[in-house]
Design a protein around this ligand. Structure first.
Ligand code: PLP
Length: 348
């Protein structure tokens, strides 16, 4: 195969900052251990770029959602340290768990039975304490199918940890009851935001995801969490518009006076959705803001280069990606900003 020429899009992951974020969350987790949610390819930032840094920082528990996500993570950490949140849906899933050693998270009585039928062994158990997503309800915990499980981590998941909501304390109480019913090695309740709710919520293990990757779900985390990912895109072409010239699909923008523009190699196929264009949106060259004009296309956006008229084809522009700042005007959550980053940012 021919060698790939240099790309016109790039994503830089600062592994040191990622490790610092994990250590900050670990410090906030007090006596509890701190794991890492690495599902969805580390929230879109790439398992290969992120998992080794988390491992070196001291993280020992890794959470994915799908069985298909185990292999990539297991290249970097022992499979026994990987939990699969969706649990086994069928005999093939259970057999895969037995063969790889990845830990199934049991979410229902039927998953508990399926696990035992496949040979059983150590597993994890998700209790539903009010989110009504996955998990065994409190009333079902005394079922023989649950009593027969060998539970390593007993866990639940908070619905409203990113807000001050009475749900948090309510879920905490239900989870405490669950810990008294089910024998287990360790208990785990909180995601990133939940860590900031205080030591009562920490139990033995916390499970941050978003904040590792630079997300700030609660103000208490704002000064501790730093930006990990820096997407950049190159200018493909520069143009000089005259007053009255329009830009892009549906001629949505019309130049009021002569202006230089840059056509940039970034579009909605790269996760830069149309909702991120529009009023007030910009790319950056150093500190200089370059307003985005016209509609976002699949592979291109246009920026006004009036503030940096010396920029040329091939010059790199930074996509603002400080998640708590970018999310409010983007129409997207911080989670969505991360996980929609397109494949072209991640050449193999
Ligand atoms: C995704 C997930 C997490 C991590 O949540 P963040 O809000 O990203 O910190 C923790 N636990 C479970 C069960 C999850 O699904």
């Amino acid at each position: 195969m021919a060698e790939l020429p240099p790309p016109s899009l790039r994503l830089t992951i600062d592994a040191d900052v990622l490790a610092d974020n994990w250590r900050a969350l670990d410090a906030m987790s007090g006596a509890a251990k701190t794991g890492a949610a690495v599902k969805a390819d580390c929230y879109g930032l790439g398992v290969d770029a992120c998992v080794p840094a988390l491992r070196e920082a001291g993280c020992t528990h890794f959470f994915v959602a799908h069985w298909s996500e185990v292999e990539a993570v297991a290249r970097h950490v022992p499979a026994a340290r990987i939990s699969v949140l969706h649990g086994p849906m069928n005999a093939a899933d259970a057999a895969y768990a037995q063969q790889t050693g990845a830990a199934p998270v049991i979410n229902s009585l039927s998953q508990a039975r399926l696990w035992q039928e496949s040979g059983g062994g150590t597993c994890q158990l998700m209790v539903d304490t009010g989110i009504n997503r996955l998990g065994v309800s409190l009333g079902d915990l005394s079922d023989p199918a649950i009593a027969s499980l060998d539970v390593d981590i007993l866990m639940s998941h908070l619905a409203c940890a990113d807000e001050d909501n009475v749900m948090n304390a309510r879920q905490l109480e239900v989870f405490k009851q669950a810990t008294e019913v089910v024998p287990h090695q360790s208990a785990s309740l909180t995601n990133s935001a939940g860590i900031a709710l205080g030591s009562a919520y920490h139990f033995d293990l916390t499970r941050p995801g978003l904040a590792l990757y630079g997300g700030v779900p609660r103000p208490e985390l704002a000064n501790k969490i730093k930006q990990v990912a820096r997407p950049e895109a190159a200018i493909l072409q520069t143009r000089s518009l005259s007053a009255g010239d329009s830009v892009g699909y549906n001629a949505e923008f019309t130049a009021q006076c002569a202006m230089p523009t840059g056509v940039v190699s970034l579009g909605y196929a790269d996760g830069f959705l149309r909702s991120r264009g529009g009023e007030g949106s910009h790319l950056l060259h150093g500190e200089t803001k370059l307003p985005i004009v016209g509609k976002v296309s699949m592979d291109m956006i246009i920026v006004d280069l009036s503030n940096a008229p010396s920029l040329r084809e091939g010059d790199w522009l930074e996509v603002p990606f400080h998640l708590p700042d970018v999310a409010p005007n983007s129409g997207l959550s911080q989670y969505e900003l991360l996980t929609t980053l397109g494949q072209r940012f991640k050449p193999r």
